[in-house]
Design a protein around this ligand. Structure first.
Ligand code: HAS
Ligand code: CU
Length: 582
């Protein structure tokens, strides 16, 4: 540590070298996944727009699965475990309890990923038994090789153990600081992990109880509606598992980068508690068109989803207020004039601000998805990929890249290779995504389907009128190409930073919130209470729909099951006839 103080603030690696190695390993895994995912993304974007076809259409699902899984399972979650480890160690200001344990869960996640990726890539080699062309929404009836499900299970167990690692650190810290509030970053990590433990119950049952035994041939058939419902039980909260590390960065790092302070620590805590409570009991909003789930349950999911907008709207307010505070500290003034005083030349800032801006649009398309009646218009169209490329593909991905420009030097003691390239990269991402997601949303409204290699509707022409499908296809392909270029710029900038001359003291201190935790009631830090309420809400939202699905399939004796009667009362619908009619 001694020499580190010579040139400035000690960085994370000066203070916690062993933990910095794990964080670096996790981020490196994440960036490798990002790069590979981007290669598949480009192939697929050019293929479905018919601009250039690298492969036969029979491989489209293999490419799409590789793109989806590498991006939303590997890239996002490896980044999450890296950033959460950093956040817990930094905010508790203590090393992990046992670094071998930390490496063990990271190792499990790597093994799980490799198994799943081998199974997916097997799809390119028809002579092998391997294939997992099941998309990242891997519910039945599509079936993958057991290696894929096994890999996923091991990966998820790795994340559970990672969560236990962070709880363990917090517990040890608490023994020494019995009267203190949980540091904000640790609070965010712990509430997110509680949400994750609840959410993964669904996917664990789906994978271990049904999909894996089915693909091993141990059971002959599965109930597709049941595995879909269990999938979405997890498949919605997982989107907040991707988003929460970005929120953590927006709340705790972005204000400092903007030159100011977080507006309110208590409000940030409220937001994370709301996500813990509301993330899971909404999954049925992905199943509005599924027959076999009574309308009343869909209505409940829709209502919960609308409540779930609240923490993001609160975030928009708090984060922008903190940015404005920073800008005014830097001399900005006027109603909107302060925007000019923000540090737009700093790639970490610009990336996160542009990510936030796009999230505003992604949030609005989410509200449209969530409306039960209007969902029928856009479900299974290209609109939905348009939505999630703004949310996970920009709010999350661009924030992660921007934050890496800030964090990576503090993990390695090596300055970033090039700030101008980094700045260009964030802007290229923004422009590429603006084109691609705009085209996707509009094409979705025209009814162009998602998840297909052959959606062309017209032949490819070089002259295309503005707003025609052909023009939109070109817009999509151009956007996809820019996104690929942006990814290459990002990954190579980070890779080249490793070779730059070593320095010490690259630490970037974080500012304190304007309104500290002490301003809020202590009950906010009562994790057991929030976890308990969250469990109750999940049981309320899912018990009856699951009971009716299981009951209809005959697993539960209808004679003793109260579910159909209660469903009748709740919805005025007879679920059994509802199923047969649908
Ligand atoms: Fe979603 C489908 C509803 C958020 C991801 N979503 C998907 C799928 C994915 C996904 C991957 O109700 C496709 C799944 C599949 O393959 O089938 N989504 C919502 C709603 C929200 C939402 C209501 N989604 C997300 C997030 C995701 C994500 C976050 C990933 C990270 N989504 C749906 C529905 C479907 C769906 C339906 C099913 C569609 C179908 O039919 O298949 C909300 O959480 C959104 C709330 C967000 C806001 C925006 C707040 C704005 C902020 C910005 C602040 C500005 C800043 C910058 C910081 C209300 C916080 C300022 C800058 C300056 C310069 C000042
Ligand atoms: Cu959802």
């Amino acid at each position: 540590m001694g020499s580190a103080l010579e040139t400035g603030t000690p960085s994370f690696v000066d203070r916690f070298p062993q933990e910095a190695s794990v964080v670096k390993a996790a981020l490196t895994s994440s960036f490798i996944a990002l790069f590979l995912g981007a290669v598949f993304g480009l192939i697929q974007g050019l293929h479905r727009t018919d601009v250039f076809r690298f492969l036969d259409s029979q491989y489209y699902y293999t490419v799409l699965t590789a793109h989806g899984v590498l991006m939303v399972v590997s890239f996002t979650i490896f980044f999450l475990v890296g950033i959460f480890t950093w956040a817990v160690v930094r905010s508790l200001d203590r090393p992990v309890e046992d670094i071998r344990y930390t490496w063990a869960w990271y190792g499990l996640m790597v093994v799980g990923t490799l198994m799943a990726v081998v199974a997916i890539l097997g799809g390119f080699v028809p002579s092998t038994e391997l294939s997992a062309d099941v998309l990242y929404t891997f519910y039945a009836p599509l079936q993958a090789h057991p290696l894929f499900y096994g890999g996923l299970a091991i990966f998820i167990i790795g994340t559970w153990l990672a969560g236990a690692d962070w709880f363990r650190s917090w517990y040890a810290w608490k023994q020494e600081h019995p009267d203190e509030r949980i540091p904000l970053q640790t609070f965010m990590v712990l509430t997110t992990m509680l949400m994750w433990y609840i959410a993964t119950i669904g996917i664990a049952i789906a994978v271990v109880g049904f999909l894996l035994p089915w693909s091993l041939g141990l059971i002959e058939s599965v109930n597709p509606l049941l595995t879909r419902t269990l999938f979405w039980f997890w498949g919605h909260p997982v989107v907040y598992f991707w988003l929460m590390p970005a929120y953590l960065l927006w709340y705790t790092v972005l204000p400092s980068i903007s030159g100011g302070r977080l507006f309110s620590d208590p409000l940030a805590r409220v937001v994370f508690v709301l996500f813990l409570l509301l993330s899971t009991p909404v999954g049925i909003h992905h199943q509005y068109v599924d027959p076999g789930i009574a309308e009343g349950f869909k209505l409940i999911a829709m209502t919960n989803t609308m409540f779930l907008l609240l923490p993001s709207l609160l975030t928009a307010f708090t984060v922008v207020a903190s940015m404005e505070h920073g800008a005014r500290q830097r001399g900005g003034s006027g109603l909107f004039g302060w925007l000019r005083a923000l540090p737009w030349r700093n790639p970490a800032f610009t990336g996160m601000a542009l990510a936030g801006l796009m999230f505003a649009a992604g949030g609005f398309s989410g509200m449209i998805n969530a409306g039960m009646n209007i969902n029928y218009l856009i479900h299974n169209t290209l609109w939905v990929p348009g939505h999630f490329h703004l949310t996970v593909g920009t709010a999350v991905a661009l924030t992660f890249m921007a934050a890496s420009y800030w964090l990576w030097p503090q993990l390695t003691n090596k300055p970033l290779f090039s700030r101008p390239i980094a700045l260009t990269q964030t802007v290229v991402w923004f422009v590429g995504m603006a084109l691609m997601s705009n085209a996707m949303h509009v094409m979705g409204l025209f009814g162009v389907p998602r998840r297909t290699a052959e959606p062309q509707y017209e032949g490819f022409e070089f002259v295309a009128s503005f707003g025609s499908i052909t023009e939109l296809r070109m817009q999509l392909a151009l956007g996809a190409t820019l996104l690929f270029i942006s990814t290459v710029l990002f990954v190579s900038n980070i890779a080249l930073s490793t070779g730059s001359p070593t320095r010490t003291g690259l630490g970037q201190p974080l500012s304190k919130p304007l309104s500290p935790a002490a301003d809020s009631p202590e009950v906010l830090d009562n994790l057991k209470l929030w976890f308990g309420i969250a469990m109750v809400l999940v049981v309320l939202a899912y018990m009856l729909p699951l009971a009716s699905i299981v009951g209809d399939s005959g697993v539960i004796d209808r004679g003793v099951s109260a579910a159909p009667v209660m469903i009748d009362l709740l919805t005025g619908l007879n679920p059994v006839t509802a199923v047969t009619e649908a």
